[in-house]
Design a protein around this ligand. Sequence first.
Ligand code: FAD
Length: 869
Amino acid sequence: MEVDDPAETVPAPVGDHQTLLTEPTPTPTPAPSPARAPAPDNQQTQPIEPVPAPVDNQYHQAHPTEPVLVPVYDLTQPTESVSAPNDYHQTCPAEPVPVDTRTTEPGPPTNPDVPPPPKKRRRRRKQFPEMIPSAVVNGLRLIRPHPLPAENSPDVRGDDPSLSRTHRRRRKITDLAKEVDVEALIAISVGFPVDSLTEEEIEANVVSKIGGAEQSNYIVVRNHILARWRSNVAVWLTRDHALESIRAEHRSLVNSAYTFLLHHGYINFGLAPAIREAKLSSLLDGLPKANVIIVGAGLAGLVAARQLVFLGFKVVVLEGRTRPGGRVRTKRMMAGDSGDVVAAADLGGSVLTGINGNPLGVLARQLGFPLHKVRDVCPLYLPNGRTVNSDSDSRIEVSFNKLLDRVCKLRQTMMEEVKSVDVSLGTALEAFRRVYGVAEDSEERMLLDWHLANLEYANATLMSNLSMAFWDQDDPYEMGGDHCFIPGGNERFIRALAEDLPIFYDRTVESIRYGVDGVLVYAGGQEYRGDMVLCTVPLGVLKKEKIEFVPELPQRKKDAIGRLGFGLLNKVAILFPYDFWGGEIDTFGHLTDDSSMRGEFFLFYSYSSVSGGPLLVALVAGEAAIKFEQMSPVDAVGRVLTILKGIFSPKGIAVPDPLQAVCTRWGQDHFTYGSYSYVAIGASGDDYDILAESVGNGKVFFAGEATNKQYPATMHGAFLSGMREAANMLRVAERRIVVPPERLHSVFEHYNDVDSLFETPDLKFGSFSVLYDPRTSDLETNALLQVEFKGDKSDSGRLRLYGLISRKQVIELSEQNGDIKRMQMLNRDFRVKLVGRNNLGSVEESLITCIRSGRSRLTGESHFDSSRK
Ligand SMILES: Cc1cc2nc3c(=O)[nH]c(=O)nc-3n(C[C@H](O)[C@H](O)[C@H](O)COP(=O)(O)OP(=O)(O)OC[C@H]3O[C@@H](n4cnc5c(N)ncnc54)[C@H](O)[C@@H]3O)c2cc1C
C-alpha cells in the first residue's frame, strides 16, 4: 500500500478481460530522501537551516524502465514522476490563449442516422446572470462597466520616452485612454476591482487616503505596471521600467504600486529564467527575515515557498507524501511490449478553468508549455447508446437554467426577509421542478439529472449538501477565457515549482505549537523550530483534526472548518490501444435512468490530443463518488467498459480491451480526505476568509484552495493563496524585527517611534531632516524626509510630516536657500505630498525597516536568535 494511495489493487480478472489481467506492476515506494541525514534518534530537535535542496531521487528519476510485458490494470498510484512526452506538443495550439481551430459546430443533421449536433458545455459554475452583470470586452470579462475616468490617464501616464517627438505629438489622448481601458481589463482579469482598492492594497497603505484623485491615479499606475509585465512575463520588470511611461511627479505612486505588486506576487513571479535568476532577497537585503516552516508541498505550499525564498526568508517544506503536488497528480500510464503506448493522466486537478489572468497560464507561457483549449462540444448519450435528441437537449438545458434563475430570485427574497435561513440547493431546485413540471418524462428526467451531476462535479458534493444561499459565491470572480489542458499533465508545473526547494518528504506533521518564541512543528518524531509556520494542508485534514494545534485554534476558525464542506470527485483513467471514440471531441456525456447514480461516469474526458496516448478519463461525482470508494476497482473498470460499449457498439465501433486503468480514492487518501471544498448549508464565503486568517499573533498562517474565497476548489486558487500568505508573512516580518523574545521589548521600544531615527539624521538642513537607505548610495534611490513645523497649534508645539524623495532631490533641496523655497520645490517641482506618521505607505515603511535594521546592526542588535541559526 502506498503512502498516498488508498486504492486497492486488482486481485482478479473481470469479464471478458481475464486474459489481460495480471497483478499490477509493483510500484516503487521511494525511500524518503531528506536533504540531510535524519537526526539521530536521541536528537529530537531539528532546527531549520538553509539546506541543500533535497532532491527526491525517486521522484525525479525517470520512469522505471522495466517494460510492462502484459497489459495491466494498474489500480495504484505509483509515486514516480511523469516526464512529459515531447512529441505531441506540435499538435497543440500555441500559447497564450489557444484558439482551437479544429472545433467547429456541426450543422443540423440532415437525416435521422446522422447524430444531432453536440452541445457546448463546460464545468459549470456561473448560473445566475442577473446577479453578475457582465460584458465581454476584447475577450476579457468586465464585471461591471468600469467608470475609471479616462481623463485621469493623461494626468498620470506620460508618453513613452522611446517614441520620437513627432510620434509623441501624434499620440492622442484618446489613444492613452484606450490603453488605460485595456490595462484596466487586464487588472480585472487578475482579480482587481475596477475602481477601488483590494483589501490587500488598503492593508498595505498604497495610498495616503482611500478614495479621491490619488487613489484613481494609483489604480491607473498599478494597472499599467501590471499590464506591462503581463505583456512579457519572461522578463524582470524593474522599477525604472515601471517609471518610464509615468510622469515623474507620480514617482511615489509608481513606487507604491510596484512594491505592492512585487511583494504580493502579481508581477515578476514564476519560472522564466530571468525571474528565477533574480533574487529579490538581494534587493531587500537588510530586511528582517524569518525562518518559515511550510506544511504541505501542494500548489499552495510550493508557490509560497518559492516566493518566500525569493523574498529572503529561510524556508523548509514538510510534506507527508513521498512526492510534491498534493491534489495535482499526473500518472504516467504505460503499456505495450516496449512501453510504447504512454499517456499522462491527471488524476487530480486537470483543467485550467479560465485562462485569462490565470497565474498558471503565466507559468505555462514562461515554461513554453502549450495550452490545449478544451473544446466545448459535448455530445450526450442515452443508456441505449443513442445520441440525445438535440431539441430535448436544448429544451432541458434552458429549463434547468430557468430553475436556477428561480432559485436565485427566491434566495434574494429570502436574504432580504429572513437573513439567516438557508436550505439546500437541491431542495429548492426540486421544489421548483415539481411546481413548474419540468422534466417529467424519463428522457427529460435523465437529461436534467445529467445537468445536476455536472453541478455536483463542479462542487464535489451532492445537491442536497450545497448552500442555496452561497454555493456560487465565487462566481463573480471566475477567471475568464478558455478552459485548457496542459499537454503532459499539470505535474509539469509541480516539477518546475518544486525544483531546488528544500522539501522534506515523508514528514507527516502531527502537531504545531506556537507562542511568543515562535513555532515548533512535530513531524515523524522530529521537531522543527521556526519563527512562523504556513499550514497548507487540505480542509479535509483540518476537519479530521489530524494536526494538533497547541494552543487550540480559535473557536471562530474551528467553527468555519466545521461549516465549510469538503467533497468528493473521483476518476477512472483508462489507457486504450487506440482512440476509438474519435479525436474531434474532448468530452462526451452519458445519461443514466438511476437518479441516485447520475454522477457515475456521467462525463468522459478524452485526453488523446494532450496526454500523448489514447486515454479516456471517466468522472464519478455526487452520491456515486461516495459509493465508488467502496467499489472494487475491477468492478469499476468493468462498469465503465459496459457504458462505453453501450455507446459505441450500436454505432458499429468495437471497444478494445484497455491496456491499463487507474481508479482514484481521494476520500480515503490520508493527506486530503476528499477532493475540494464547497459551501455547505449554513456556511458562506466568509468562512474561506476565516480559514485564511492567521493565528498566534502572526505565527501561524494558512493557505490552500479552501482559504481562497474568490477562487476556491481550483489549482489557481491554491496558487494565489500561497502568494497571498507569502505577502502576509513578509508584512508581519517587516513589522516585527525578529529578535530573541527577551530582547523584543527593548528593541521595539527603542525603535517604535520613527522620530527616534531622525534624532540622528543622515542630513539636516533648516527644518528638513533626511534618512538614507543604508543599502545603497544610488542617487535614484529613495530617502525618507522629515519636515518639522514649529508652532503653538499642535499639541506638542511641533508638527512632523514625512515624504519620500530621491537622494538626488535631497541634494537639490539642500541647495535651496531657506525653508520656504524648499517647500515650494517640494510641492511644485517634486510634487511630493507630505503625510503624517500614520499615513506612511508600504514603501516608506519598508525603508524605515531597512534603516532600523541597519542601525540595529551598528549597535550590535541581532535579527535572529543565534541559538536558532
Ligand atoms: C479529482 C480532483 C479533480 C480536480 N479538478 C480540478 C480541475 O480540473 N481544475 C482545477 O483548477 N482544480 C481542480 N481540482 C482542485 C485542485 O487540484 C486543488 O484545489 C489544488 O490542487 C489544491 O492545492 P493545495 O495546495 O491547496 O492542496 P494540496 O494539493 O492538497 O496540498 C496540500 C499538501 O499537504 C500535504 N499534507 C496533508 N497533510 C499533511 C500533514 N499532516 N503533514 C504534512 N503534509 C501534509 C498533502 O500531502 C499535500 O501535498 C481537482 C481536485 C481533485 C481532487
